[in-house]
Design a protein around this ligand. Structure first.
Ligand code: DC
Length: 224
């Protein structure tokens, strides 16, 4: 069977990570969470006291740091220079900072280059904002997921709460909305639906329902 490049794009909190993990597990594909790469850059910049507007320093930082994905006991772990930072990159502070760091063209160039190398051989599910438009415009299958910001904020809130993080619902929704603005309004690779993407509105769907739809589409492409 053909080893596909599957692109999943969409705004934050739309279910990309969960769906991408489940899809890749089932298909026996590599799962590439590109948002985690930008988050790792943001964490590294915070630790080194680099301002998100200092593009020259961010460029240098990207040349130095090593970001790796390793299989943990339960789930995939993200390593920054060998240190497991999977939890540190998910705080609300890092989420907000990442939106600014990801707007830097040099950071995007460096990350896109790494993503293309990692996905080049196919058999990969990549999730992010610009996979179908910039990273792999020729991806075999492109999904664009969407859902209302209220529903996405609510999902994020429950996710953080389950992890024991002290969160506020209204604040989580406005953070999702702030990130939407940052992701869609940046000049460099803004979040945008590829013309040939298959759009799924997940507002009223659960994960199983969305997965079913995605599998149906993928099955067709795998045989063609
Ligand atoms: O998917 P996520 O919430 O972990 O993404 C974190 C941030 O990184 C978010 O602000 C969007 C940005 N991002 C991006 O600009 N391009 C990608 N391919 C993936 C994420």
């Amino acid at each position: 069977m053909k080893k596909l490049i599957v692109a999943i794009d969409g705004p934050s909190g739309v279910g990309k990570s969960t769906l991408s993990k489940l899809l890749s597990l089932d298909l026996g594909y590599i799962n590439l969470d590109t948002g985690a790469m930008y988050r790792a850059v943001a964490l590294a910049s915070l630790r080194q006291g680099i301002d998100a507007k200092d593009h020259a320093a961010l460029k240098q930082l990207c040349e130095k740091i090593v970001i790796e994905f390793v299989r943990g006991e339960k789930e995939e772990r993200v390593l920054l220079d060998g240190e497991d930072v999977s939890a540190q990159i998910r705080t609300p502070e890092i989420s907000l900072l990442t939106a600014s760091v990801a707007a830097c063209p040099d950071v995007r160039r460096a990350m896109v280059e790494r993503q293309r190398v990692l996905g080049a051989d196919g058999g990969v599910v990549l999730e992010g904002r610009d996979i179908g438009t910039v990273v792999f415009p020729n991806a075999d299958v492109k999904f664009f997921l969407k859902a209302s910001s209220e529903v996405r904020g609510q999902r994020r809130f429950l996710e953080l709460q389950a992890k024991g993080v002290d969160v506020d619902l209204a604040r989580t929704i406005s953070e999702v909305q702030a990130r939407d603005i940052a992701d869609t309004s940046r000049t460099n690779s803004p979040l945008r639906q590829a013309d040939d993407a298959i759009v799924i509105d997940t507002t009223d769907l659960n994960i199983t329902q969305v997965l079913e739809r995605m599998f149906k589409v993928i099955a067709k492409f795998r045989q063609s």
